[in-house]
Design a protein. Structure first.
Ligand SMILES: [Zn+2]
Length: 100
């Protein structure tokens, strides 16, 4: 393998591993993820570790638009087991644009 392909493979492997670890910790990442904004709004977004077109990535925090309060804010993923059924239903009503 060429060195560049090797580096790319390593990066993909690390990202995949990171997603697995976060899933085990109770975060549902890598698809539709329930997140909470700084104002406490819950909504669903597509969270793909390592890649995003519409948000600034800062590790487990993202700067993006909140569809509930219609404002730009920092959002963090919420552990599914910390949510009540009501929280989950509310979050599922709000989904931002379906691009990662
Ligand atoms: Zn908000």
């Amino acid at each position: 393998m060429k060195p560049r392909a090797l580096v790319l493979t390593a990066v993909v492997a690390v990202l995949a591993l990171g997603t697995l670890v976060q899933r085990r910790r109770g975060y549902k990442l890598g698809g539709n993820t329930i997140v909470r904004c700084r104002a406490g709004h819950l909504f669903t977004t597509i969270w793909i570790p390592g890649g995003s077109l519409k948000a600034v990535r800062l590790g487990m925090v993202r700067w993006q638009r909140c569809p509930v309060g219609k404002h730009w804010t920092l959002v963090t993923p919420v552990r599914e087991d910390e949510l009540t059924d009501v929280d989950r239903q509310l979050a599922e009503q709000y989904h931002d644009v379906r691009i990662p």
